[in-house]
Design a protein around this ligand. Sequence first.
Ligand code: ADP
Length: 399
Amino acid sequence: MSKPVANDFALVLNAGSSSLKFCVYRLTNSGKWELDARGQIEGICVAPRLSANDANGANLANDHLSDEVCDGRAALNVLADWLRARYGGSRVLGVGHRVVHGGTRFLSPTIVSQQVLGELHELIPLAPLHQPYNLAAIEAVFERLPGVPQVACFDTSFHHTLPAVAALVPLPRDMCKSGLRRYGFHGLSYEYVASVIPELAPELSKGRVIVAHLGSGASLCALNGGKSVDNSLGFTALDGLCMGTRTGALDPGVVLYLFQTLGLSHKEVESILYKKSGLLGISGISSDMRDLLARNEPDAHLAVDYFVYRAAKEIGALTAVLGGIDGLIFTAGIGENSAEIRRRICQSSSWLGIIVDDEANAANGPRISSPQSKVSVWVIPTNEEFVIARHTGLLLGLR
Ligand code: ADP
C-alpha cells in the first residue's frame, strides 16, 4: 500500500448483537494514532440510531435510522455512507475488529484472510453471543470495502501467558483436546491498562496487580510483571464475577438441575445464563448498575451486595494466586465511574491493607488510595479501541 496521506484513516469496529460501535483514527505526523471520531449504531432491529462525537466530545451525528437497519450488514452500510459523507476522498487504510474468541490458535492480532475467517467461525460455540456478530462485521467489510485489509484483535490473546494449571478445565483429559480450557477475556482492556502502568505507576510495573474490569461484562485479571497469570473469566465469558445479565461462577450442578429437573431446553438455559441472570436476575429490575444504585427495593440492594461480595471474594482468590498484592486498578463503566462500588469493594478488601482516600475516590482518581494504604489503588479508564488501532497499524505496516 502506498504511504498514508493526511486524511487517510483506520477504522476500529466492535460489533455486538444490537450495536456496532466504531472509532476513526488518523495517523499523526509523529506516527501516533489519534482519535478523530467515535460513535455507534445502536438499537439494530429495534429502534436503530446513529450517534457520533468528535475527539473532543462534540456531537457529529444523532440520527434515527430506517427500521430496515436490521443486521450487521445494514448497519455497516449506514456507517460506510456516513464515513463517505464525512471523509469523502480519504482512504480507509485498514479495519481493526474486536473479536471475542481467538481459541488456541490466535495468540496475537491477525490479518484476516478467508481461511482465518473460516477458523474463527469454528469458535462460535465457545462465544455464541458475541463471535457471530464480530465475524458478520468482518464479512460485511469484505463485501462493502473489498480490498481494505482487516485485522482481528482477540479478547483472549492477552491471557495466553496463563500458566497451564490456571488454564486447566478439570474434565477427563481426552475431552479437553478439542480446546476445552480456560482462555480468559477482556484481554484488550487489560492490555491497555497494563500498557499505561509503567507511566502512571512505575513502581507497579514489575509488581502483583489485580485489575478489575467492571462493566456490563465484568472480570478480574491477575497481572504479574504486566503479564496475565489468571482471569476470573474462563472457557466462556460466563465465569467469575456477577455481571449485568450473566451469572458469573455457578455450581455446575445448577445447570444440570435446569436441564434435568426443570426440563429446560439448551436454548432456554443459554438465555438464562447469558441474558437473564446476574444483576438483572437478582434484582428483577435492571442490569444497569446506575439504576440499581438509585433504587430502594430490597432486591436491588441484594443485587448490588452480591456484585460487591463476588468482586471482593475473587480479589482474595487472585491475591492468593499472586502470593500478595501491590496494586488494585479499577476500569470500565462501573470501575471508572462508580465511587460507591469502588468504596464498597475496597472496604470489603480492607483486610489486605487497602485504605481509600474518599476525596480522591469521589474525583475518580487516578490514585484513590491513601498514602497509608499498603496497596495502591487506581482508576484507569480503559481504551480497547486504541489497542486495536495500534495493532492494526503495526500489522498493516502503516507506521
Ligand atoms: P460494556 O462496554 O460492557 O457495555 P461498560 O463498560 O460501558 O459496559 O459499563 C456499563 C455499566 O457501567 C452499566 O452497568 C452502567 O450502569 C455502569 N455505569 C456507568 N456509569 C456509572 C456510574 N456513574 N455509576 C454506576 N455505574 C455506572
